[in-house]
Design a protein around this ligand. Structure first.
Ligand code: NAD
Length: 720
């Protein structure tokens, strides 16, 4: 029992009988502990109290929340950064550093890290003399600021290289990827790694050991001095790290090189000087448009996490799914089943084809047991999960399921038949969803007696990597169904966007103009490689013609038919795609499409341009136009924007921010541009209208929508 205790709004200060003091943080009103203004105020007040005496023998920092040390700084604080003057941001960094430096005063401090210890949370822990992490799988230590276009500004770039060496420090801070407790111990980031129940005792022991020797004094000396690193080592690190970063970011993100420079420059000088360098670099990054874009992307993601997917009336308490099932063990069904198992659900998987079913199981278990921190599948976890995956060849096995996702072949008659069978197999209140890419939900719902409990749940390939899920409302779908499916998608770690039933839903509809325009440009004689290079230069992970080859031209042809039937005035079915299909050029899977590949499949390399492509294109050639790389980019991305404006105008989505999340998470639209509408804002509506003018003769697809013209006239913005 503590000898005395004092409560602050976010922390408790307890003086123990042995003379040590424990500061235990619980930040109310947040799911995880985050560093709010109140936390900083309380920490300052607690340190003032300690300074008044009696002097503690040692200080232990810990969280009163299981599985959450500090998940980072409060987003609302970060969000204001791009709006503040640079000098003010620098001052905020300095103030945080000064406060953290007071943790290790006349006494040794140790942090007990159980759960997320990220960003400012890790910087807080680094400001302590010693650290104990737990072996629990929920424990992760990292500096994710780079993902927001920032660098650690509370001493992370100063203390980390002094503790673990500049190379590992650069890797940790520039990748933003966290490590678990054991990996943190191997790096030297923590001094001990023990099970959660032994952590506090371990911290006390560390304090006792440090009191007996000069460990803390030596460490403080090392933390204050420059890092011993000779010129050759520094130059080698600078060159190799810079090359790796360029490869990862294409030079589009200023934070990773700034982290490298700050760590290297800060390592060469005393810590006090390094701290000043860090504050300056942080303030400069916070003022960049890239940081503003990445903060926006983060913010709209957070908003999505809180969005129940329906209006307040339907949002009351979404039903919690406990027994999900999947029908169809193909590429998609297997991915969905793995996501479900991984999220902790005992899952039923049905496929009529026993061989396909059996073949899918090892991959599902491997994926479900994948450990992101060790980047390996955990065999023990896979074994444990095997007992939670029930497989069957008959739909009767779904009897106990409360949500079944149908993911069989994309054939309307087959889907309708399977959906009707699912409805007969499950309880009257179970929810039924379809992972269709192109079928109208209203059409599939015709097969069901109770369409209110039916909706689309459109995942993207590969399910393990693609976080977007379109939740599609049919005309009869109830609010309760949508809310339950949205909540379930979030429990699978996905980002669900609610979309009204209409051809192409949201993602394929905004993708199609981009793909279509690329094909038209090929017909005008522009090299596929040039079009793809321009798209990648814009920041897309791959160009539209590379994407065609990856999706498969047969699949794209079919999806294109659905869209051209619906929006024929702007998306005509191009004759080029069926000509490629007829020639057996389906893309990567056949070794040739717009490009020729060495081999087949997702890993096959492009072997160069292809005479046959040119021959087929010549048959459907269009008159050439004068084209610059700028026009190519305008022709790819402006029709995408126009379609997104129509989607919003027609109420297909409830909010423009959903479109931005969808294009980023499903199409790889570059996050550094903040989303389609944030990019549009960076150009301004009036300029967009001007840039569409020379393209107007291409047809309706390049004509500004009424809404765009209205925004341009009013000088308004797309993201407001
Ligand atoms: P797939 O061909 O890999 O798998 C389909 C599976 O369904 C097969 O294992 C088959 O045996 C099974 N099946 C067929 N009839 C069945 C029945 N009556 N009962 C139970 N199982 C049956 O297909 P996929 O690529 O996984 O696609 C599945 C669905 O997902 C399709 O609707 C597709 O449009 C959609 N989709 C696919 C992708 C993609 O990129 N592949 C992306 C998004 C959505």
């Amino acid at each position: 029992m503590p000898a005395t205790a004092r409560e602050f709004p976010t922390l408790a200060l307890e003086r123990q009988a042995d003379g040590t003091v424990e500061l235990t943080f619980v930040v109310p009103d947040y799911r995880h502990n985050v560093i709010t203004r109140q936390v900083l105020t309380d920490l300052a007040a607690a340190l003032d109290e300690l300074a008044r005496g009696p002097r503690p023998r040692g200080l232990i920092l810990r969280s009163g929340r299981e599985g959450s040390f500090f998940a980072g700084a409060d987003l609302d604080r970060l969000d204001t950064l791009p709006t503040l003057p640079v000098a003010e941001v620098g001052r905020l960094c300095d103030a945080g550093k000064e406060l953290f430096a007071r943790l290790s005063a006349d006494w040794p401090t140790v942090a007990v890290i159980d759960g997320a210890c990220l960003g400012g949370g890790l910087e807080l822990a680094l400001a302590c003399d010693l650290r104990v992490a737990t072996t629990a799988p929920h424990t992760s230590l990292g500096l994710p600021e780079v993902k927001l276009g920032l660098l650690p500004g509370w001493g992370g770039t100063v203390r980390l290289p002094r503790l673990i060496g500049p190379g590992p420090a650069v890797e940790l801070a520039a990748s933003g990827e966290p490590v678990d407790g054991p990996a943190a111990l191997r790096l030297g980031l923590v001094d001990a790694c023990v099970p959660p129940e032994a952590a506090l005792e371990s911290a006390r022991r560390l304090l006792a050991i440090s009191a007996a020797g000069d460990l803390v004094a030596r460490r403080r000396q090392a933390m204050a001095a420059p890092v011993p690193l000779d010129h050759a080592e520094r130059d080698f690190l600078a060159a190799t790290a810079a090359a790796v970063m360029l490869g990862r970011t294409g030079g589009r993100y200023p934070a990773p090189p700034a982290i490298l420079e700050t760590i290297l420059a800060g390592s060469a000088v005393a810590a006090a000087e390094a701290a000043r360098l860090e504050s300056t670099a942080f303030a400069q990054l916070a003022a960049t448009p890239v940081a503003a874009s990445l903060l926006r992307v983060f913010r709209i993601g957070e908003r999505n996490r809180r969005d129940p997917g329906v209006g307040e009336r339907g949002a009351a308490e979404p039903r919690s799914i406990v027994a999900p099932g999947v029908v169809g063990a193909g590429i998609m069904g297997a991915g969905i089943a793995a996501a479900s198992l991984r999220a902790g659900f005992a899952t039923t998987l049905v496929d009529v084809n026993a061989d396909a079913l059996a073949a899918s199981v090892p991959g599902i278990l491997e994926e479900a047991a994948w450990n992101r921190l060790t980047k390996r599948s955990d065999p023990a976890a896979a074994l444990a999960l095997a007992g939670r995956l029930q497989t069957a060849t008959g739909l009767a096995a779904l009897g106990g399921c409360d949500l079944v996702v149908e993911s069989v072949l994309e054939r309307t008659d087959l889907k309708q038949q399977v959906l009707a069978e699912i409805e007969r197999a499950v309880a009257p209140d179970a929810i039924i969803a379809t992972n269709t890419s192109t079928n109208p939900i209203a059409k599939l719902a015709e097969a069901l007696a109770e369409p209110a409990r039916f909706c689309g749940m459109h995942f993207f390939n590969p399910v393990r990597r693609m976080v977007l899920v379109e939740v599609i409302r049919g005309p009869a779908t109830s609010d309760a169904t949508v809310a339950a499916v949205v909540a379930h998608a979030k429990r699978l770690g996905k980002c669900p966007v609610v979309v009204r039933d209409s051809p192409g839903f949201l993602v394929n509809r905004v993708l199609m103009p981009y793909l279509h325009e690329a094909v038209e440009m090929v017909r005008e004689g522009i090299e596929p490689a040039r079009i793809d290079r321009v798209a990648r230069g814009f920041g897309m992970p791959m160009g539209p013609l590379e994407l065609y080859d990856m999706i498969g031209l047969d699949t794209a042809f079919y999806a294109g038919l659905v869209l051209s039937a619906a929006y024929g005035d702007r998306i005509e079915a191009s004759p080029l795609i069926p000509a490629f299909v007829k020639a057996g050029r389906l893309g990567r899977k056949t070794g040739a499409g717009f490009y020729r590949f060495q081999g087949t499949g997702p890993k096959a390399r492009i072997s160069g341009s292809d005479a046959e492509t040119a021959r087929i294109v010549a048959r459907y050639a269009l008159p050439a136009r004068e084209t610059t790389d700028r026009t190519i980019a305008d022709r790819l991305f402006l029709p995408m924007l126009l379609e997104a404006l129509r989607v919003l105008d027609e109420g297909i989505v409830r909010d423009g921010r959903d479109v931005d999340l969808a294009v980023i998470h499903a199409l790889g639209f570059p996050p550094f541009r903040g989303g389609l509408f944030a990019w549009a804002d960076s150009l301004g509506a009036a300029q967009i209208v001007r840039r569409l003018e020379p393209l107007a003769d291409l047809g309706v697809r390049m004509h500004p929508t009424e809404w765009l013209l209205a925004i341009a006239r009013a000088g308004g913005r797309f993201t407001d």
